[in-house]
Design a protein. Structure first.
Lengths: 383, 415, 383, 415
């Protein structure tokens, strides 16, 4: 038994840490995040060169064929730096949807080519699920896919599509019938006629989201991932995998908040003592350590389940999503509080992490939602 | 125990309502209204008549305020002048200072700001390092202040500065009134995490202050500042205890308020009914988890309202507020955090980024970004708990090494 | 406006405090609680002499005709001392049921006589609602009342009936039909044929509860309180009033826990300092002060609503029940924790308060239940 | 990262399973089994062979333990001997002490108890006042100890006593092995709030201890005790990290366990699946509020399990446990509190008093009465947070006035 990273994983970790030190210092992160695209294409090409865009994608689909554990390793470092990149959207949402879909029904040539292009970092993609005012539940999918000849015609709106304004392809969640589970996934080109994309406001300034309007967007049947009308299981496992990925990012961000706060308490003197010598501060830090370390355990285990222990994923995926985001939230809040006034200024980095914590907690469903999903994963059906 | 008016109170209420209806009219300018209030003494009813107050009882003041709100008349000049600087000058200032400063303060003609906090003196306010050096009849001030509200608007500032760093920290501080138009006063807006600049940094470079503008004796600055801060805590604590207009229409206009702090104050002042209404609109009124959350926040509002009645009763009886008032700021912070979290809950995925046209989500977003400030400004939650435990519960101060040695020898770390 | 006690109320408070000091020191409380009856009949006679058994009962029913506020004043002092007495059961549950019932339909002569006897302290009574394994919701009432000639015949079991083994009369909640609301209340003599009563185990050693078995217990129609089959509103407001009374007792108990803990922290030295000088301890105490004072505000306001502002009672009654018992629980826990090892011994009084907190929190429904009731009181119907 | 056995581990597991199946049989007496374990070195696999251990790797020890549990064989002698007193004697004892005490400890022939805490020395363990006065080759011990488990069964106790009150508190302490059968040792059961007497008070009146039974040098008692306490914290922290037998039958036999502490340990060891099962039985599996509570407790169990894998991995690699292990006791306490609260929730009105025949409610009641102890014994939660912040996070100790003055001059309050 070895619940620690192996040599290869540690090497990837060291590489990711190095890359973040070189390319993701906060001022550069903010500069990139302020551009219309919200990421740097050369940086993304570098990720592809390192093989990270194909890390968990099977070799037959053009990937490196490693596991979700390696992905978790990279994501944790990215989250620590609030690294602005379509990596999460493209690799951890869209590619996962294609891989999961391939398990349900063979990928069409177009979709296989898309997955290979994602793996190679040549294209970026994303997943469009939630809709205005909606939540991550089957009845909230209102965007319709109407069969028309051999094609499907899509109508509706998607919100908070991560990096959706720049993605070369959108995996869109659509409804094919009235019943809750009548769901389909289609891969739609970003420049499809009838698709209007606009960057939307996000409280998180280091991750872009977009609103996508589908007005009679026509896609061939070959755009479907899995079986149209029956793609709920594919979407479900994609969401579980995406939850683990987001947890990994947020674990890194939470760790960063904690480390920063702890260091500051040792430097900051009040009443002639470092504030780290006050019990109130010490006890907050001890509790944060526990929360962050528990989050680490949950995330790594969920990564392992995603890689090797798939029957546990429906439980530990949502578990990790909920646990880590509670801890990240606490750490981001405490980071500001322990900094005092300076932590509330715009110039200080603390608020960028708090913003990320706010958005990441809501993204893919909040704690209540993920805990409910976890119980359903345990086989406990709701009323 | 009877929350209804006594006959005497009812009589007074009628009389005051009459006066208000006669003197306030929709559309009058703020300046006009302030003048009416100042002339009648209602701008600061509790102050002695000789300084522009009414010498009224707390009971009168409270009923006046209730009736003023009831007819929708604007409050007297806010900011730190009347509630904080005024009482300090009345208690510690010279007669000359009272004559010079109180009247324009009451009329809202001169705005005041507070020059206390410094980068190195936050929770530990007595650690201020801004220097005051004597030069004949004047003082020369050098240093940096932060978290100053309304610095650009202010004509005067109340200032704590260190006149002798060789004295123990609490003993080397003197309290001044600083002319904000004086040479050497530089005001730099301080952008907060909300993206707004409600606060300012104030740099003081060789600013000259006449010794006439010293409040209290040399070295009494800490003691004088206690008067200011006690009034501040009271104001912050009472802020959350306003009447709750159950059933008031919820149009969420506060989402458009100029600053997030205002948004917060206005939203909280609507009371818990607004949350019930918004829960229905979000379609979550039947969701059992939402219901529990709602009930918990509702309870916080209500216990604050009830505690407010206890405090008001004590004040109306002319007593100081009891122990229940000491936790007011902590309770208010707890409430606003819970309200922000609840609105985030109602927003669902909308918490990622509030659409401009959704005022509920917009309010949620603004509150969420501003609440971290509430547990910091005016004394962090940790400092509040220290104050409560030491001053109210009589628990001993921690042993400390900085109180009795010269200020200059105290270890100082990061700002 | 006066949200403080008036002179008469302060006098009652002082009297109650004095009586508790004289008759309810902890060793005597435990002695009395250990007797089979669980209370001292002379003590109870003294309460009657003081007029407290009739405090909130209208004069036309033989009471003193004061309000619920005066009752709250007395109960707070009783709770502080864990005073063992059928006062709560008889005055705050049974008498309230009769008074509330009288508002729905005139009391029968028997029931009027019972209420007068309760007011005079000549008889004790109680309310029997919850059943084995049940909760405080309409469908959980399974005990049946079958109309038979002019009589009703009662069959079923009641649990946790406060002082039910000694009560001269039992106000029993029974079901007259299938629908949720088809509920009746009957006043049943404690020695009715077919009624078997036995003291039941309670974790709270200072308040007795009993299990009552009804086997074909026959009562005349005149035993009904309110209209049989339509007594849900009467039961509902009785429960709200009882909740305020229990909150008042528990407020006193919580205050006592806090006071005791605070005093101990000042006496106990560790590391050469009183432990009250440690921030961790100070901050716990500051938070407890806030919780207890908020509970005081809620309880007093609920008492005022019970007395004068009945339209707010359905909201603030359950609100106070939930709020106070959360605070009492925290205070009872913290009291043990702040005492350290000694607080965990049987000899120390702390556990008696913790036991009371456990039982009182569950009695009349827990926090979740009361918060739900509160929302229904606000007019928010559940799904 | 791979939670499955490596080929070498699988091989070892097979071998150890074989040994266990050959050596353990259902129905053998505890004494026989302890002898087998001691003879083979498996009673304390990590100890050196010369002292009766196996000198095994942590990996071997862990796999042995897993396989032992898997076939249902009893554990080696528990109590404080093997886990706490043994390692302390091995690290700090004389050769003579090792030869005399370790073998019977491993065979379970001699039970050990711990004589550390005193009424005036709880969180502040170094405040012990029990006196050790030298008399020739002997020491004369006088004082009172509390919270001693198994004192009646114990043949030996590890004892901290003060040999010189004129020295600063940490320097005047010496560590002894105390003969529990010696004259002057009086054991009084201490009734706890559960109504049981798991612990004892031990009164020591002129108890004579030969200087041979001193562990470590004069004045080194505090240092020696650190070895004992580090082993205790490890044991308490790891206690909650056992394997979770998902799907194990839930018969709630632990409601009948002798002590509430045992009830707690056994119930927690069943893992979260038991809660799922009980939720179904209580008819609350579809209640949304219950579901959220359940999911939260379930999560606590699972994160502890996952953290356990991290610790096990570190131990199997022969590394010391990392930072994740330091919060083990705090996490375990959090878990048991949550479990007790959850069972109370499931009990409904049954929390008023569990019927004898309802094992769920009975378990709830026992757990509820014993959990307040968990955040006190072995160091309160507050002390745990101090230890974590100071030793793991490198945060400075608080300024203190008691560490450098003679023990006799330190202020002492209520016991």
């Amino acid at each position: 038994m070895n619940f620690a990273f192996n040599d290869e994983q540690r090497e990837i970790q060291a590489g990711a840490k190095r890359l973040m030190e070189e390319t993701a210092q906060l001022d550069r992160v903010l500069e990139i995040a302020a551009t219309p695209e919200g990421f740097d294409r050369d940086d993304y090409a570098q990720l592809a060169e390192l093989g990270w865009t194909g890390l968990h994608i099977p070799e037959q689909h053009g990937g490196v064929g490693l596991t979700y554990v390696e992905l978790v390793v990279v994501l944790e470092q990215m989250g620590m730096a609030l690294y602005p990149s379509p990596f999460f959207a493209s690799i951890c949402m869209a590619a996962s949807a294609l891989i999961e879909g391939a398990a349900a029904a063979p990928l069409s040539d177009d979709n296989a080519a898309l997955l290979a292009a994602i793996a190679a970092g040549e294209k970026t993609a994303t997943l469009a699920y939630v809709e205005p005012g909606g939540r991550y539940r089957p009845p909230d999918v209102k965007l319709t896919a109407r069969a028309d000849g051999g094609d499907f015609v899509l109508d509706g709106t998607k919100s908070y599509v991560v990096d959706g304004h720049t993605a070369d392809a959108i995996v869109v969640v659509a409804r094919t019938g009235e019943a809750d589970g009548e769901i389909a996934l289609f891969a739609v080109p970003g420049d499809a006629p009838g698709l209007t994309r606009s960057e939307a406001h996000s409280v998180d300034q280091t991750r872009k989201v977009a609103t996508l309007e589908f007005n009679g967007v026509r896609v061939p049947a070959a755009a479907a991932i899995g079986e149209p009308g029956n793609a709920w299981p594919t979407l479900n496992s994609t969401m579980q995998l995406a939850g683990v990925a987001l947890a990994a990012e947020s674990l890194g961000a939470a760790q960063h908040c904690f480390d920063t706060a702890l260091a500051y308490t040792k430097d900051r003197f009040q009443f002639g003592r470092p504030i780290s010598s006050f019990q109130a501060v010490k006890h907050i830090c001890a509790d944060l350590l526990m929360a962050v370390e528990q989050s680490r355990s949950a995330t790594y285990y969920a990564g392992w389940a995603a890689a090797q222990q798939r029957d546990e994923l429906p439980v530990v995926g949502p578990l990790a999503k909920a646990q880590v985001h509670d801890a990240f939230w606490d750490a981001a809040r405490a980071n500001i509080q322990l900094h005092g006034g300076i932590g509330f200024t715009y110039e200080h980095e603390a608020h960028y992490y708090y913003r990320r914590a706010t958005a990441a907690r809501a993204m893919l469903g909040d704690g209540d939602f993920n805990r409910e999903m976890m119980l359903q994963g345990l086989g406990l059906a709701p009323a | 125990m009877d929350l209804r008016d006594t006959p005497a109170e009812a009589e007074l209420r009628k009389e005051l309502r009459g006066w208000l209806e006669a003197n306030w009219r929709e559309g009058m300018s703020q300046q006009e209204w302030f003048a009416v209030l100042a002339d009648s003494g209602w701008a600061a009813p509790l102050w002695p008549q000789e300084y522009g107050g009414r010498g009224a009882s707390a009971s009168e003041a409270i009923i006046f305020n209730q009736e003023r709100q009831a007819i929708g008349a604007e409050p007297p000049p806010r900011g730190i002048g009347v509630p904080m600087a005024g009482p300090t000058i009345i208690q510690h200032g010279t007669e000359q200072q009272k004559q010079r400063f109180l009247a324009p303060m009451l009329r809202g003609e001169e705005v005041w700001c507070q020059l206390f906090s410094e980068p190195g003196a936050g929770s530990d306010l007595a650690a201020i390092a801004t220097k005051a050096e004597r030069d004949g009849d004047e003082w020369v001030i050098n240093g940096q202040k932060v978290w100053t509200t309304h610095a650009q608007l202010a004509r005067w500032g109340i200032l704590m500065a260190r006149h002798d760093p060789s004295l123990p920290k609490h003993q080397g501080i003197t309290y001044f009134i600083c002319d904000m138009h004086a040479e050497g006063v530089e005001i730099v807006p301080l952008k907060e995490m909300t993206g707004e600049a409600i606060f300012n940094e104030v740099f003081l470079s060789d600013v000259r202050i006449s010794d006439d503008l010293r409040v209290g004796q040399l070295g009494e600055g800490w003691k004088v500042s206690m008067t200011t801060l006690a009034n501040e805590r009271m104001a912050l604590g009472l802020g959350g205890l306003g009447g709750t207009a159950a059933g008031a229409p919820v149009d969420l206009a506060e989402a458009d308020a100029e600053s997030s702090l205002e948004t917060m104050g206005k939203f909280i002042a609507r009371g818990p009914h607004a949350l019930v209404e918004l829960t229905k609109r979000a379609g979550l009124a039947e969701d059992p988890l939402t219901r529990q959350r709602l009930a918990k926040v509702y309870t916080m509002y209500e216990v604050n309202r009830f505690t407010g009645y206890r405090i008001t009763t004590a004040l109306m009886k002319g007593q100081g507020p009891g122990v229940e008032a000491s936790t007011g700021k902590l309770a208010y912070n707890q409430l606003v955090r819970a309200v922000a979290d609840y609105l985030i809950h109602l927003s669902g995925a909308g918490a990622i980024g509030a659409p401009d046209d959704d005022k509920l989500m917009k309010t949620a977003e603004r509150l969420n970004l501003v609440v971290p400030a509430t547990s910091i400004y005016g004394g962090t939650d940790q400092i509040q708990r220290n104050i409560i435990s030491e001053r109210v519960l009589g628990m001993p101060k921690e042993p400390r090494g900085d109180a009795e040695i010269p200020f200059s020898e105290i270890r100082k770390g990061a700002a």
